[in-house]
Design a protein around this ligand. Structure first.
Ligand SMILES: [Mg+2]
Length: 327
């Protein structure tokens, strides 16, 4: 029987190549095995509404957008048999990278043609779902600031970080992590389902999306002289080895804040009410991912074999500067 797939395109996300993407979908989707429909979003939250409408009625819903679009569609599909697929056209592409979904559109479409699925965990923070990384602290502060900036791009983002960093004050947080109380003066606290924020910048290098655990990553308040070492460990995928970083595995975390906090889920700015809870819903989301065969046949695999450093090189060039950009 033919599979049914809905593509949801966010025309505002990513780097403005939507019309090309739409053409590629139309020409490269396997119409022998797949019936498809393409819908464009018109406002924030629209992707979620569309996905809710099609949940349970289609085999997959494809997020053609960045991490925000992925979050909206994934949130609508928690607990549904309908799978989330991704054509990553954002600028961070955190979850897509983590699931080994190719960044090249034609390859991402062939992954969808193949329709191989697996289940992953999803985190729930109050009424929000987070597929990738949620948190409080400096990165949340920046994502709130950035959402008010008119002209948004990597340069503006970098400028914002360098402007705000010197004056940013770490905060006291009290956490109840699976029944144990922690008081920490932290620069940021991330709740990681996947290992990375995006662009292969890993806040918790060993996080697994299917182990039923939240990686609570606490970056302690650090002196200025520790900045270079912290940056290097972040870029070397080894922040967990830095002495200012602490990672605790958890099933449920309570944020015991008295005041509302600036937070983010998958990079989108949100307000976190006093006494908030974050928990994990194990294996609650179906996702379309490449299977082993895909990797064997991928045009990248010969390159990977010939040049072992190829992947590392790819990562290094995508890591600098910090380019987790919200659109
Ligand atoms: Mg996990």
């Amino acid at each position: 029987m033919k599979k049914k797939v809905v593509f949801i395109i966010n025309p505002k996300s990513g780097i403005g190549k939507k019309s090309i993407v739409e053409k590629e979908i139309t020409t490269e989707i396997d119409t022998e095995s797949i019936d498809f429909e393409i819908i464009h979003t018109k406002y924030r939250g629209h992707a979620k509404e569309i996905a809710e409408r099609f949940s349970g009625k289609t085999d997959a819903i494809v997020a053609v957008g960045g991490d925000g679009t992925v979050n909206e569609i994934g949130s609508a599909l928690v607990g549904s048999e309908t799978a989330l697929a991704i054509i990553p056209v954002g600028s961070g592409n955190g979850l897509a990278r983590e699931l080994n979904i190719p960044l090249r559109t034609s390859q991402a479409i062939s992954v969808i043609n193949n329709m191989y699925t697996r289940k992953i965990d999803v985190m729930k923070l109050n009424s929000y779902y987070s597929l990738n990384v949620a948190g409080v602290g400096f990165d949340s502060f920046i994502s709130h600031k950035f959402s008010t900036v008119k002209r948004r791009g990597p340069l503006q983002y970098m400028r914002l970080i360098t402007q705000e960093f010197p004056a940013y004050k770490s905060q006291e947080y009290t956490l109840n992590i699976d029944g144990h109380f922690f008081k920490r003066n932290a620069f940021l606290i991330s709740f990681a389902n996947s290992a990375q924020w995006g662009n292969n910048i890993r806040i918790s290098p060993n996080a697994q999306v299917d182990d039923g655990l939240i990686d609570v990553c606490i970056v302690a308040n650090f002196p200025n002289y520790a900045v270079p070492a912290l940056l290097v460990s972040l870029l070397a995928q080894a922040i967990d080895k830095n002495k200012y970083d602490e990672i605790i595995h958890a099933k449920e975390v309570e944020l015991m804040n008295e005041e509302p906090l600036l937070g983010h889920v998958d990079g989108e700015p949100i307000m976190i009410e006093p006494h908030s809870k974050i928990s994990i819903l194990p294996l609650s989301l179906n996702v379309v991912v490449p299977d082993e065969e895909f990797f064997k046949s991928s045009i990248f695999s010969p390159l990977r074999e010939i040049i072992p450093q190829f992947q590392q090189f790819q990562q290094q060039i995508s890591q600098f500067p910090f380019t987790k950009i919200k659109q």
